[in-house]
Design a protein around this ligand. Structure first.
Ligand SMILES: Nc1nc2c(c(=O)[nH]1)N[C@H]1C(S)=C(S)[C@@H](COP(=O)(O)O)O[C@H]1N2
Ligand SMILES: [Mo]
Length: 419
């Protein structure tokens, strides 16, 4: 990979130096509003305590088009979390009917015939270039299996497992899905648009409504990508699992940024600014950085790769018959490297044994695994799964706290009942 987190951190320090000298640009937002967001992000006091927003089944969400039956989804505001138990009978790929939805506002309905993508900015050799849907589909197509996972996936575990307050959507572990994406390389489009050697940031922007947060208009959803990542493995995708993209997942065209935080995967993309100067938006300043004690006042570098997690394909509190053999199933994934090993504990974390991996581990994807279990005694129990990836990272016992609850990576204690 050409863009490691270290180089992104170094790049971000440069971007922030330029910002303080006035040479990094606040793209589409008032500079004072941006500074206010950064200040608010470092406050430990949560805007929406996860504990005050318990998991609650609902059938509709304002702004999600597809049906959200409670056996498949838990609705959280404008978002829908996949119930992990609903993945048990699915393959490696997550069917669109059970793929989580994270909407800042609402799903727009866009006619591909009316749609176009405009590429523009100071990092191009010439003026703006438009691509129709037809023109994009006529470019060489590539396919890739990749997960999309919200940076805040697992956030509620900071509260339920570690007793800490965090702000944001109270996801459990279901803000992730894996699909086979088909589209064109972003790099091909940028080269056709005439990207120049001075380009440093690439800023895709969604066509969904402007986001208003605490009375501040943040503008439309947009987050700069360093040019090195944009030219590496990023897709402009128009198909998901062999079908045209569904409305909720970005139709007609979205970005797929393998292994990176979900916010990088801009849906309903309408324009892409290619900039010769570093860009700052709410989504790489006050949001999607780590804030709190131990982090600088402006937060960590913007988040890039996802972390390491595991989940059982079981509802919370699932019940098992004592003395019978059960097949436990689950999935593990990492944005850092392919998963190498998964271990399971059925006694609260004393004894660990290897789970059987059902997939060839691949970067940017998850692996399914199984383990047998014969519970002996009736009563409450806890199941644990712990993954290690090829970079050598193993899920820790506790996750490092940050005010917005990003990148939860600790081993999750899954409650069960033996009857
Ligand atoms: N235009 C636009 N793109 C967006 C978002 C959004 O609200 N608007 N949400 C982002 C976030 S935070 C995530 S986690 C992913 C979720 O993708 P999905 O809804 O297809 O699962 O989309 C990202 N892209
Ligand atoms: Mo997200």
């Amino acid at each position: 990979m050409s863009s490691e987190p270290q180089s992104e951190a170094a790049y971000d320090r440069m971007r922030l130096r330029q910002w303080s000298r006035g040479s990094a640009r606040a793209a589409g937002i008032d500079r004072r509003d941006l500074l206010r967001l950064v200040a608010a992000a470092s406050l430990a006091a949560p805007l929406v305590p996860a504990a005050a927003a318990p998991a609650r089944a609902a059938v509709t969400s304002p702004g999600v088009v597809k049906p959200l039956p409670p056996e498949l989804f838990t609705v959280r505001g404008t978002n829908a979390e996949t119930n992990f138990a609903a993945l048990r009978d699915t393959g490696l790929l997550t069917p669109a009917d059970r793929f989580f939805v994270r909407n800042h506002t609402a799903t727009p309905l866009i006619d591909p015939a009316e749609w176009k993508l405009t590429v523009w900015g100071s990092g191009l050799r010439g003026g703006p270039v438009d691509f129709s849907y037809e023109a994009l589909r006529a470019l060489p197509a590539v396919c890739r299996t990749a997960f999309v996972e919200c940076a805040g996936n697992g956030r509620s575990l900071f509260t339920s497992q570690q007793g800490r307050q965090v702000s944001g959507t109270a996801w459990t572990l279901g803000a992730i899905g894996t699909a086979r994406w088909r589209g064109v390389r972003l790099g091909d489009v940028l080269r056709r648009a005439g990207i120049g050697p001075n380009a440093v940031d690439v800023l895709p922007r969604g066509l969904d409504a402007e986001v208003v947060s605490d009375g501040t208009n943040l503008g439309r959803v947009r987050r700069p990508l360093p040019v090195a990542k944009a030219l590496d493995d990023v897709l402009l995708a128009y198909e998901m699992n062999g079908e045209p993209l569904p409305p909720d997942h970005g139709a007609p065209v979205r970005l797929i940024v393998p292994s990176w935080v979900g916010i990088a995967n801009i849906k309903w993309v309408g324009d892409i600014e290619v900039s010769a100067e570093p860009l700052l938006t709410p989504w790489n300043t006050g949001l999607y950085r780590l804030f709190g004690p131990g982090y600088p006042p402006e937060g960590s570098a913007p988040l890039t790769r996802q972390t390491l997690k595991s989940a059982f394909e079981l509802p919370p509190g699932a019940s098992f018959d004592a003395g019978r053999r059960h097949l436990l199933t689950g999935r593990s994934w990492s944005g850092g490297a392919p998963v190498r090993r998964v271990e399971v504990s059925t006694d609260g974390g004393t004894v660990w044994r290897a789970a059987r991996l059902r997939d060839e581990p691949r970067a940017g994807s998850w692996v399914r695994w199984t383990a047998d279990w014969v519970p002996r005694t009736a009563g409450p129990g806890v199941l644990l799964a712990r993954a290690t990836d090829r970079s050598g990272r193993t899920q820790p016992a506790t996750a490092a706290h940050n005010t917005q609850g990003y990148l939860f990576d600790a081993v999750v204690r899954h409650p069960v009942t033996v009857v």
